[in-house]
Design a protein around this ligand. Structure first.
Ligand SMILES: NC(=O)c1ccc[n+]([C@@H]2O[C@H](COP(=O)([O-])OP(=O)(O)OC[C@H]3O[C@@H](n4cnc5c(N)ncnc54)[C@H](O)[C@@H]3O)[C@@H](O)[C@H]2O)c1
Length: 247
């Protein structure tokens, strides 16, 4: 019996122009979903869509900034979206600038909160009414171990954004639990694009399984959470971290 089939479903993956989001788009498309590849960088999104179509999958690009509520609404309020993967994050359009919290300027807090929490609020708030009206939906947040436990790597505002997103989605999950809509988050550990290839080997040694996570590791868990079979899994923050986060 085939499981985790997504034929007939439309899935929006934010920040899918590179990295983890691209892997999620590839896996959900391979399971049969029509994939909406969002990114604020249009050329990245177009390249991913081209690659998915070359592989026989159904995909289209959706260029907007998740932190801009009006842009989110213009792009997707009228679209029937069955699966939302809130993946856009990290430093947003900026690269992450690791620094101790006391050494940060208050002006540096808004960016990490806007993309990692505000973007999740904007997209989830926009798609949820349609999911509830149709009686079926899946919302997934891509969060981080940095939001579920303390990390000593100079990313406190990012941690706050990720913890905020996980908390938001647990409460939203309970509001829609009777409506056929599940809402979960995935707390990622160190992934294969963390820190550049020069330090990847060193980082891998710190992980119990001995390797960093891949975009397809994330995609596989998203495929499960997005499936009909996962209808009893909701309001969870699930670690996906090669054993480096225990629960
Ligand atoms: N890579 C890791 O080690 C790791 C670890 C834990 C959690 N995460 C989380 O996983 C998610 C994906 O991480 P990644 O490393 O693949 O990210 P990445 O930075 O490599 O790619 C993110 C993509 O999102 C796009 N983007 C950024 N801001 C956007 C916005 N406001 N609107 C639309 N698109 C936007 C970027 O253009 C980029 O293409 C993020 O939420 C990140 O915080 C990653």
């Amino acid at each position: 019996m085939a499981m985790f089939e997504l034929h007939g479903r439309t899935a929006l993956i934010t920040g899918a122009g590179q990295g983890m989001g691209t892997g999620v788009a590839e896996v959900l498309a391979a399971q049969g979903a029509h994939v909406l590849v969002n990114d604020l960088d249009g050329s990245r999104a177009d390249a991913v869509v081209g690659q998915l179509r070359d592989n026989g999958h159904s995909a289209e690009a959706m260029i907007f900034d998740v932190t801009d509520l009006e842009a989110v609404r213009r792009a997707i309020a009228e679209r029937p979206i069955d699966i939302l993967v809130n993946n856009a994050g990290n430093g947003g359009a900026e690269t992450m600038q690791p620094r101790k919290f006391v050494d940060t300027d208050p002006g540096e807090w808004e960016g990490p909160l806007a993309v990692n929490l505000g973007g999740v609020m904007n997209c989830t708030h926009t798609v949820l009414p349609g999911m509830v009206a149709r009686g079926w939906g899946r919302v997934i947040g891509v969060v981080s171990g940095a939001g579920t436990q303390g990390v000593h790597i100079g990313v406190a505002a990012y941690s706050a954004g990720k913890a905020g997103a996980a908390g938001l989605l647990r409460s939203v999950a309970l509001e829609v639990a009777r409506k056929g809509v599940t809402v979960n988050s995935i707390a990622l550990g160190l992934m294969s694009n963390t820190g550049g290839s020069d330090i990847t080997a060193g980082l891998a040694k710190t992980i119990p399984t001995g390797r960093l996570g891949t975009p397809h590791d994330l995609g596989a868990l998203c495929a499960y959470l997005a499936s009909d079979e996962a209808s009893w899994m909701t309001a969870q923050t699930i670690p996906l971290a090669g054993g480096s986060i225990t629960s």
